[in-house]
Design a protein around this ligand. Sequence first.
Ligand SMILES: [Zn+2]
Length: 482
Amino acid sequence: MKTIDINKVVVPQPVLDLVPAAVARRLKLLPLSIENDLLLVAASGEDALDSVEQLENITGMAVDAVMADNPDMLAKALKRYYPDGLHSSRGENATLLFDRIVNRAMQLRASDIHISPHKSGGSVKMRIDGQMRKDLDLGEGILTELTSVIKIAADLDIAEKRTPLDGNINMNLLGDQVSLRVATVPTVHGEHITLRLLTQDDDQALAALNTIGMSDEHYAMLIQALADPNGIILLSGPTGSGKTTTLYAALRHLRGDGGRHLVSIEDPVEKPVSGVTQIKVDSDSGRVTFNKALRSVLRHDPDVIMIGEIRDGETGDIAIKSALTGHLVLSTLHTNSAAGVLTRLVNLGIAPFLVASTLRLAIAQRLVRTPCSHCISFRCPTEAECVEFGWDSADSGLKVPDVHGCSFCGNTGYSGRLGLYEMIPVDREIKKMIISGADEHDFSDYAYTRRGLASLKADGAGKILQGRTTVEEVRAAASSIF
Ligand SMILES: [Zn+2]
């Protein structure tokens, strides 16, 4: 019999509904998926075969089983999916419903839960791998109760419905500590609630630089730039492209080196990182602006300064001066491409020779989804795809993944994400080009044609052939660049 890691499974509600809670608990079987009238369940222990037979009799369906490799995990999963006293969503108590929603968000690895009111009733949506998915429709009555339950748990005033409120919830779900950041915002139909799932062990949640999807070539470029005692490393990409993850991973790498004083100026501080002095900018009140914070930071003798974002010439100017006075500066810029980074600082009004002498590495990145390993399939690329991604169409060994969707990935075909990157190290030629006022096109031409560096699209093309993402994902991610 095959075995399965139960923690990697997401069971859709319709599949759970096929097996009554009492039966699932008694037989210690967790339904996983249904395909062509064959119900697949996870089982454990010596009675597994006996239990499967009983389930076939009870449900009248053909049942196939895989062994859970850890019986305790199966027991825990059964409790999660079939909480005591909760059999259907009809007449469900709002507190239990809230537990069930958070449970499900954890199972699905969601980053956020959105509870939105509509004209009548509302819906629960979850953001998974960056994409919003509707999960549940709510009737008017239960929506009102649920909203109150959440606001009470977050210690918010339930009578206040006209202004946005913020709070936190710490809850214990079957032994797991869960923290949620709660934000409400009034809409025409009532209060919209956003719940962000926070991980308990923030250091663990901090990705290591070699796990976020960089090719060996890109990883080596970044490590080399981080080893520099001074200079500026700039990341670009749209919102949600994983820039913050990369910056934090870089901080984690630098912290591992030891011996350097790390300071970050952020708006807001997204994750607490031990070993880094994190300063929160309060731009709303104007008390702690980016520039004020940056100036005061320099008095604290940091070696490495991370600035959340260079938004204007003034911030750019201080960043450059910090780099000139012996600091390594990491920051982000709002441009689309690595070549765009090379022109942006000059466009912000900084003297080209200062940019040329301080900038070390320009990076652009995007996030793409990775195919679900349970339902991935492979095919030969089409002639058009070979042209598009620069593959040799005569090479019959090339395979690209297709996605389908199954119960493991909530029918999306994808599970998890990885970064696509392009990096341009500032060499002597690039310095000359910056000073002589080269444009984005000139930089791209030099970097990707003459130097033969991997552009974002080329990076994606390689990752498609490795089966780590799909043609569709790379096309969508890179569309803003080419
Ligand atoms: Zn799948």
